[in-house]
Each structure stands twice: as structure tokens, then as C-alpha cells.
Write a protein that binds this ligand. Structure first.
Ligand code: 0A1
Ligand code: ZN
Length: 877
């Protein structure tokens, strides 16, 4: 096989031809679906005039090709594995093609495939080329009309984008529906669904008074699981009107749930397709976290209707144009409808663990990459989450009002177009009058900037001098970096008053919670009239996606944990304090020295517990220790065992000393009110479940009793799953085994609950976890062809069971590589994602490095898909 070739951003050329309208006809059949396409084409005004027409196409069998009704002769076009070139076409014409495809054989889940007997499509990024010959690039936007033909009995529902305009019966028990989508769109937003589906319907009246029909299509047994998604959709529609002035444009908005899906969901115009895990909920089958995730994803896909569909990307290098902005929008939505502080804490905790790791590894790339082999590999935390952080910084730099004006300008100026990240940022610069040229570096430089800060208080002059030094480490292909424009939000908290002191910088007042702009490699900021010695509270709300170091003492952190006016930074102070204690314990473990718990941490926790808090949700976060993955991220070299042992030790020490407080906290927050996924209830549940985790860390008799009762009460999935997890992760196999069995039998029919059952078992810290993974791979509910199953069993094990995945004998690595090799054939996109933990080998000791590299080499020896090839080459470069 020839080596796959990279595509470079600087090679972008506008297409020689544009498509003004497409008419598609599908005759559905599992083994031989016929797709007829009729493309109205015209030469691009800027084209030279002698260029051929280039169409993408993969895994298609061409049956017919004609221009303006005239079949093409063999020398008028060239066919290859990747497409079709028509030589010397006229300036304006109609191209008709007919191809055959085999949805049943499609295990990659890109293009048209079958899931549980239901036809569905996934076209982003480059799946449409597996459906028909087409210029499959986002800067070709056309109106679509789609006729779907299928067997009436097995496929009573036939859906596509836009509005249904015609339907009827056909001979042989077949029927058809024709759909018209009046909004020009790129091919990646095309969708088709056909199956035996049922709908739940609702209505939404837009701000201008238009009525929109809302439908959620599911298999019959899931009809009772759509309420939350529907309510979320309506909330999101209203929010986008109120916050961004954006109204929905079609008369119909549909969501379909499918079981086999590579990602969370997809924003196809008027017909969003969702992984069933990202849309279905019920109090007995979904946890609070799942309810919140569904709300966020429904909103995310809906918001794309403007940020992505009406205004889309010129090319795939601009992916973060739609994704960064849309993630930012969905984060703000979730913050508005839930606890804003907790939303930020959760997002940042995840970001600093997973995105920082990506930025520090061999696949690091800028928010706008310069080249790729397989765009499917770039649906990453950097494009999505770091892209959202960059948009958030923009909002904070120019202020909400200018940001909103910039957003209006962007939607107005570029409606119906495929544009670039500069176009977006230019609107923000224009609306605010600010110079954002240095800021643009955030889009081109990869890696996590590090800020080293230190401060000095000068009593004599009542001055506080804060020095910030920034540096972005080298990343693959980017050895040198320039200083970025970094907004640092901060407060100076007076050590006597415990209050934010007024900030005066060079004679200018910044209020008591201000933003300073770091633009140089090193800058000193002198605050005057600082009446008392302060502790600085830096990077409030995580105002920039950087790693900030400041030589805080433990007293400083305990002080901030108690006094900081910024909820996010209070939480962060607690995390930093725990990290200092963990660092000592990790060192003790490595040196074989007896571990001693830092009493200051215990006292800080005691203070938290005793003071209580009116914000229970934030308190639950503050009582949660940094994850093993986050701790690992903060270490120069990851010592898997030491991290695990140190974290366990802290947990047990806190539990032993504060047992009664945790017990009280649990009891205070129990409630038998009927389940509702509302912030107040969710907060109480997380608080009591955090308390229960501590009690179970010491396997307290009373704790065990509570866990058993919570499991048996079977009140809601949040509580049941937590109880079952605590039992399964405890030493009490006598209790865990029957509980797991009962749960597995009860939910054998529910694929989404079985995913949770898998995840609970493969995260257990005991040494038999790997054997359980192998054993469960043979379970009838498991399938390598279903991405949710692969994620639940293999992904969860490799990413969340660090102590067992990184077993010193390399068996965890070997298992992962075996699965990646199989998936490379079945589903390259999932295979390329799954291999990630192995690519992080540089972070581990020499022996593990060798074992991990050995597995990467073993994968490399296979005949690889471009997806896996790209990741493996980077990892072994
Ligand atoms: N645009 C979707 C994500 C998505 C990307 C690729 C997919 O298939 C390969 C599917 C979904 C989103 O941001 O939600
Ligand atoms: Zn998206």
C-alpha cells in the first residue's frame, strides 16, 4: 500500500465547479442500494476555464454517467479508488450518475449504513463520498432534494433533510418520500434515515411567531425516554433566541436515535442524528451526569444550525470555527440552566486532564492545524475544547456586548457561506475596535502555555508586584513559540480582611476583580495602594487555557479555599492544596518511607464540612480529590503505582478522621422526593454520594450498610450506579457479585444500561480487572462492531483504570493493541481514537515505554487504515 499523503492548509484552492442543486434518489437494499444523483453544475467564476471536474467517491460501483442526458464515453472521464474526473466539461451542465453501495457491509459507520435494521447516514467529515460521486468539500453548498424508496413494511419511516414534499406507493410493496431542503448546504450535512421508527412530537413557537414541529424518532421500546431531550431542545431554542438572537429556520426539526454511532451526535440540517446514549434518558436508566450530557449535546447540535450550518467552514482546517464556537455556546447554555460554577469546574477539570495531555503528546496540534492525513483524526479536544476556550477568551477580551455585535455581524455577513477563522475573528475585531492580531497566535501555536508567576508585597510603599513569565513548550513541528496574548483575571485577597482588595494598576482602577493582559515573555505588574498583604487569586474562572504555577504555601491555599470570592478558584485552591500533599506522598511511596497525612489538608476539609455551604454542588466538587489522570498530568514522570497509592491514602486518611462528618453529610442529603434532573436535587445527590465514597474508602460498616440499602432502594440510576460501583470497587466480593448479577439480569434488554454495567466492572482497582475485561468481551451483550460497547469496555478500562491498564507485565497494553488491530479493519475512526493511551508512552518509566512502543510497532506491522497509520506514525516519530 502506498503511504497516505497529507493535505496542507496552504494548498487550499476554490473548487473549479460549484453545485447549485442536487437531486438524489435512493432505492434502499442492504446489499445493493442504488443511488441516482443529478447534479446541476456551473464553472466557478474565478476558475481558469480549462480545469476538469473533480468528484470524490469511495467504495462506489459506477453504473451510469451522463452529461445533459448524454452517456459519457470511456475517455471522457477517469475513475480511481478515490474519485472520478470528468475531462473538459462545459461551463454549465447537468451530471447524472448512478452507483451501487452496500450498507450492510459498512462497519466503519461512515456514509450509509445499517444499525439495528435501520438505515442511517454519517457524512461529516468525508462520508458523503461513500454515497455518491460528489465534490465532497464544505465550500460547495447546494440545495438538495432527496427521494427515498424502500419497503413499506420494514421501512415505514423515510426521512431526509428539510421538508417532506411528496409521498406515495410503488409496486412491489414499496413506497417513497421526497424531501426538499431549501437551504444550501455542504454535503457533510446531508442525512437519510429509514426504518421502523416511532416519533414523539412537540411544538415550538419562534420569537417571530412561526410554529416549528419538533420530532424525536426512536425504536418503540424507547418511546418513554425522550422527555428530557425534548425539554432540552425547547430550552436550547429559546436560549439561542434570547442570547444570540438566532431563530430556527425550517418548519420541522427532527432528532433520530441510533445505537451504532461513532461520535455523540451530528448536526445534519433539520435531521440531527444522535448516538442513542446522547439522547435517551429515564430516571431508572440514566445518571444525573447522563441527563446533563444529553441536555448539552442536544443544545450543541441545535446551535450548529447557525454556527456550522448557515455559516460553515471553508475547509476542514477551519473545523474549530464551528466546533469551538458551538462548544462555547453549549457551555454557556448549560451554565445558565444549571449551576454555573460547577459547570465551569467540571469542564476545566476535564480540560486540564485530557486536553493538556493531548497538547503534551505526539499528536499535539494547533486549534487550526496546518496539515492532516485523515481529518477524522482531528475531532479532538484541542479543536473542540481548546477552541471553545479561545472563543471564551475573545468574549472576555472584547466584553459580551461587543462579542454579541461581532456574532451578529458574522452571521449576517457570512450567511450561506463557507468561511475561515479569520472571518470570525475579524468580525470580533471590527465590532470591538480591538487589535486581535497577537491573539490569532492561539489558533496557530500548539501546546499548553506555562506561566510562572511570583509576587512580592512591599509594605513600605503599599505595593504588590506581580511578575508573570510565559513560555510555550515545543510541540511536534513547532520548536519555537512566540509570546501569546493571555488574559489573566485576578484578585488580591487581603490576608487580614479576607476580602478582595481594590486593584490599581498604573493609576487605573480595575475594580476588585480585574483582568491583566500578558503579552510579553515576561511582564511585571505593579499594583498600588494595596492596603494589606494579599494572597493573589490568579487566573480566576480559568481565564486562559494555560498551566499556571505560583509558589503558594499551604496556608495560602487553605486561606484561598476559605476566602476566595471566585468559586472556581476556591475549588482550584483545594485542588492545589491536595496536590501538594499528594506530591509528598508520591515521593514517600517511591522512597519506601512511611506515608504521613498532612494535617493541614485534613483541617481544610474539616472546615469545609463544618461550615457547610449554600452551594452544595460546589461543595461536592471541593470534596472530590484530583483524579489519578490529573495527578499524572502534573508529574514529570508518571509513577502509576505511587499515584494510585498516594491518592488512596489521602482518601482513607480523610475518611478515617472525618468519618462522622461524612456520615452526617450523607444523612443530611438523602431524599426520597421523586427523581428530577434538577440542579438542586443533583447537587444533593452528588454531595451524599461523595460522602458515601469516603465512607467506603475505609469500608466502614455503616457505610457498607448504606450502600446496600441505596442499591436495593433502586430509586434512580445515579444512586444505584454509584452504590454498585462502590460495592464492585470494594473488597466485598460477597456483596458485589450478587449485586452485579442482579443488575446485569435486570437490564440485559437495555443496551445503554449494559454499557454502564461493563464500565463499572472494568474500572475496579483489583488485580483481576484485566481478566474481567477479557471475560466480558465474550459476553453476549458485547460487540466490537458497536462503538458504545468498545468505549464502555475497552476505552473505559484503558483510560480510567490506570493501575490495571499500566500493569507492569504489559498485558493491558497488549489487550488494547489486539483490539486496535481488529478495529483497524472494522472501524478505523474508532481504532485511531482507542489507541491514544499507547501514544503517551514518553510519560512513563523505561520498562513501560518499551512495552508500549512494542505494541505500537506490532500495530504498525499491520496493513493500516490512513486513520491508524497517521496516529501510529506520529506516536513513533
Ligand atoms: N459535528 C459533530 C461531531 C461529529 C463528527 C464526526 C462524526 O462522524 C465521523 C460524527 C459527529 C458534532 O460536533 O457534534
Ligand atoms: Zn459540534
Amino acid at each position: 500500500m502506498s503511504e497516505p499523503k497529507p493535505t496542507h492548509r496552504h494548498d487550499y484552492r476554490p473548487p473549479a465547479y460549484r453545485v447549485t442543486h442536487v437531486a438524489l434518489t435512493f432505492e434502499l437494499d442492504p446489499a445493493a442500494t442504488t443511488v441516482k444523483a443529478s447534479l446541476q453544475l456551473e464553472r466557478h467564476p474565478q476558475s481558469r476555464g480549462d480545469e476538469p471536474l473533480e468528484l470524490d467517491g469511495e467504495q462506489l460501483t459506477l453504473k451510469r454517467i451522463a452529461i445533459d442526458g448524454q452517456a459519457l464515453a470511456g475517455d471522457e472521464y477517469t475513475l480511481s479508488d478515490t474519485g472520478l474526473v470528468v475531462h473538459g466539461p462545459p461551463g454549465q451542465f447537468r451530471l447524472d450518475t448512478e452507483v451501487e453501495i452496500a450498507p450492510r457491509e459498512n462497519t466503519a459507520l461512515e456514509g450509509l449504513y445499517l444499525s439495528n435494521g435501520m438505515y442511517c447516514t454519517q457524512c461529516e467529515a468525508e462520508g458523503f463520498r461513500r454515497i455518491t460521486y460528489y465534490p465532497d468539500r464544505p465550500d460547495v453548498m447546494a440545495t438538495f432534494s432527496t427521494t427515498v424508496i424502500g419497503d413499506r413494511a420494514s421501512l415505514p419511516v423515510l426521512l431526509s433533510n428539510g421538508n417532506p414534499v411528496e409521498r406515495g406507493e410503488l409496486p412491489g410493496g414499496r413506497h417513497f418520500v421526497t424531501w426538499d431542503d431549501p437551504f444550501p448546504k455542504p454535503s457533510y450535512l446531508f442525512a437519510l434515515v429509514a426504518g421502523d421508527l416511532n416519533k414523539v412530537e412537540d411544538r415550538f413557537v419562534t420569537m417571530s411567531g412561526r410554529e416549528v414541529t419538533l420530532q424525536i424518532w426512536v425504536e418503540e421500546e424507547n418511546l418513554g425516554k425522550t422527555d428530557h431531550a425534548m425539554a432540552s431542545l425547547k430550552r436550547a431554542m429559546r436560549w439561542d433566541e434570547e442570547t444570540y438572537g438566532r431563530e430556527y429556520d425550517l418548519d420541522l426539526f427532527m432528532i433520530v436515535a441510533v445505537n451504532d454511532f461513532n461520535m455523540g451526535a451530528m448536526e445534519n440540517k433539520g435531521l440531527n442524528i444522535f448516538n442513542s446514549a446522547a439522547v435517551l434518558t429515564h430516571p431508572h436508566t440514566a445518571t444525573d451526569a447522563a441527563f446533563q450530557r444529553v441536555e448539552g449535546i442536544v443544545a450543541h447540535e441545535y446551535f450548529h444550525n447557525w454556527s456550522g450550518n448557515r455559516v460553515t467552514c471553508r475547509d476542514w482546517f477551519q473545523l474549530s470555527l464551528k466546533e469551538g464556537f458551538t462548544v462555547f455556546r453549549d457551555q454557556c447554555f448549560s451554565a445558565d440552566v444549571n449551576s454555573a460554577a460547577v459547570k465551569r469546574i467540571e469542564d476545566v477539570a476535564f480540560f486540564r486532564t485530557a486536553q493538556f495531555a493531548e497538547d503534551a503528546g505526539p499528536t499535539a496540534h494547533p486549534v487550526r492545524p496546518d496539515h492532516y492525513i485523515e481529518i477524522g483524526n482531528f475531532y479532538t479536544l484541542t479543536i473542540y475544547e481548546k477552541g471553545a476556550e479561545v472563543v471564551r477568551m475573545l468574549r472576555n477580551l472584547v466584553g459580551w456586548e461587543a462579542f454579541r455585535r461581532g456574532s451578529d455581524l458574522y452571521f449576517e455577513r457570512f450567511d450561506g457561506q463557507a468561511v475561515t477563522i479569520e472571518d470570525f475573528v475579524d468580525c470580533m475585531a471590527e465590532a470591538s475596535g480591538q487589535d486581535l492580531s497577537q491573539f490569532m497566535l492561539w489558533y496557530s501555536q500548539a501546546g499548553t502555555p506555562e506561566i510562572d508567576a511570583y509576587g512580592e508585597y512591599d509594605y513600605a510603599h503599599a505595593e504588590y508586584r506581580l511578575t508573570l513569565r510565559q513560555r510555550t513548550p515545543a510541540t511536534p513541528g513547532q520548536p519555537e513559540k512566540l509570546p501569546l496574548h493571555i488574559p489573566v483575571r485576578l484578585g488580591l485577597v487581603g490576608t487580614k480582611s479576607g476580602r478582595d482588595l481594590p486593584l490599581t494598576l498604573e493609576g487605573q482602577s480595575l475594580g476588585s476583580d480585574g483582568v491583566i493582559h500578558l503579552r510579553e515573555a515576561e511582564q511585571t505588574f505593579v499594583f498600588s495602594d494595596v492596603a494589606e498583604a494579599p494572597v493573589p487569586s490568579l487566573l480566576r474562572g480559568f481565564s486562559a487555557p494555560v498551566q499556571l504555577r505560583f509558589p503558594y504555601g499551604r496556608e495560602d491555599l487553605a486561606f484561598l479555599l476559605a476566602n476566595d470570592s471566585d468559586g472556581f478558584n476556591r475549588w482550584d485552591a483545594g485542588q492545589r492544596l491536595a496536590m501538594l500533599a499528594l506530591d509528598d506522598l508520591i515521593a514517600a511511596h517511591r522512597n519506601g518511607v512511611e506515608k504521613v497525612m498532612d494535617t493541614r489538608v485534613v483541617e481544610a476539609f474539616r472546615a469545609l464540612l463544618e461550615r457547610g455551604s449554600d452551594d452544595k454542588a460546589v461543595l461536592a466538587e471541593m470534596l472530590t480529590l484530583p483524579s489519578e489522570a490529573y495527578i499524572a498530568e502534573q508529574q514529570p514522570l508518571v509513577d502509576v503505582e505511587a499515584i494510585h497509592a498516594a491518592r488512596d491514602f489521602v482518601k482513607q486518611s480523610l475518611a478515617a478522621t472525618l468519618r462522622d462528618d461524612f456520615l452526617r453529610l450523607y444523612e443530611e442529603n438523602v431524599s426520597d422526593a421523586p427523581y428530577a434532573p434538577e440542579p438542586e436535587q443533583i447537587a444533593r445527590r452528588s454531595l451524599k454520594n461523595v460522602a458515601l465514597s469516603y465512607l467506603m474508602a475505609i469500608e466502614d460498616e455503616q457505610g457498607i450498610d448504606i450502600v446496600r440499602r441505596q442499591f436495593e432502594a433502586d430509586h434512580n440510576m445515579t444512586d444505584v450506579r454509584h452504590a454498585l460501583t462502590l460495592l464492585t470497587h470494594s473488597s466485598r466480593d460477597d456483596l458485589a457479585a450478587p449485586a452485579l448479577r442482579a443488575f446485569g439480569e435486570k437490564w440485559a434488554h437495555d443496551t445503554l444500561v449494559m454499557d454502564q454495567w461493563f464500565a463499572i466492572q472494568v474500572t475496579r482497582p483489583q488485580a483481576d480487572a484485566l481478566d474481567r475485561v477479557k471475560h466480558l468481551m465474550a459476553h453476549p451483550a458485547f460487540s466490537l462492531k458497536n462503538p458504545n460497547k468498545v468505549r464502555a469496555l475497552i476505552g473505559t478500562f484503558a483510560n480510567q483504570n490506570r493501575i490495571n491498564f499500566h500493569r507492569a507485565d504489559g498485558e493491558g497494553y497488549r489487550l488494547l493493541a489486539d483490539v486496535v488491530i481488529e478495529l483497524n479493519r472494522l472501524n478505523p475512526e474508532i481504532a485511531a481514537r482507542l489507541v491514544t493511551p499507547l501514544t503517551r508512552w514518553q510519560r512513563f518509566d523505561e520498562s513501560r515505554q518499551e512495552l508500549m512502543k512494542g505494541e505500537l510497532e506490532r500495530i504498525r506491522a499491520e496493513k493500516l487504515s490512513p486513520n491508524v497509520y497517521e496516529v501510529i506514525e506520529k506516536a513513533l516519530a
